[in-house]
Each structure stands twice: as C-alpha cells, then as structure tokens.
Design a protein around this ligand. Structure first.
Ligand SMILES: [Zn+2]
Length: 132
C-alpha cells in the first residue's frame, strides 16, 4: 500500500445534509476510492492503462457488497484501510504536538482544516453541502 486517504463530511442539500465517508487507496495498480454516503460507489483508476476512471455504482448495493469490490482492487480491507489511516493521522498529530497547538481554518470552499501552529495541515474535512 503506498498511500491512503480518508475523508468524511456531509453531502446533499444544506437543509438536509447526509454524512459520507470516503476511503482512497493508491497502490502500484492504481487508485481505488470507496464512497459511502447518499450513494455508495467504488471508483477505479488503473495506472497501467490510460483509461478513464470506472465507477461501480448500483442503487441497491449493500455496504458489504460495495466494500468487497473496493477490496479486490485496493488489495486491503476497508477496516484495515480505516485503521491504517487512523494510525497515520495519530502520528501526524504526535509529530506536531510540541509545536504549540492546533487551530481550525477554512481552506477551499467546504474544507475545514486543522492546522498546526507551525503551518502544517494535519487534517482536512470536507462539507460538499457548503459548495453546492
Ligand atoms: Zn507542527
């Protein structure tokens, strides 16, 4: 596994927001994104072939079913990906613990950032509802 990203936030209209979670794994084979929210889908972008990303999406697909599709490509279970990302996030906070504290800031529209006093972005949350 070369890189992993976890994103959570809200999507849908701002008067009726819906929580979503996204797990993205990049490895030698490509980039695999699992989205669990209003819709559930997996997007596959293969490195070897110059192909457009392919999205697997089905209205009635269950979470275990869509997670199984993700796992085939990503080569790692969703639970392991979440745990790994959590460990990486914890280590980012630990690495910046001695720098005087963290504060919240806004980035791009819909983005909430946790920024260390040294200027490093430690965490990023996204609210799609704020953009739509
Ligand atoms: Zn720092």
């Amino acid at each position: 596994m070369s890189s992993i990203r976890h994103r959570s936030g809200a999507e849908g209209p701002s008067h009726d927001p819906y929580g979503f979670e996204e797990v993205e794994v990049r490895n030698a084979r490509g980039r695999f994104t699992l989205h669990l929210g209003l819709a559930k889908w997996v997007e596959v972008r293969l490195t070897a072939m110059d192909l457009k990303p392919v999205r697997f999406e089905c209205p009635r697909i269950t979470e275990p079913e869509i997670e199984a599709i993700f796992e085939v490509g990503a080569g790692v279970s969703v639970a392991t990906a979440r745990r790994t990302e959590q460990r990486l996030r914890d280590s980012r906070y630990r690495a910046h613990r001695a720098h005087g504290g963290f504060e919240c800031a806004s980035g791009m529209p819909g983005e909430s950032l946790t920024v260390c006093r040294c200027g490093a972005v430690v965490e990023c949350d996204f609210d799609e509802g704020a953009v739509l």
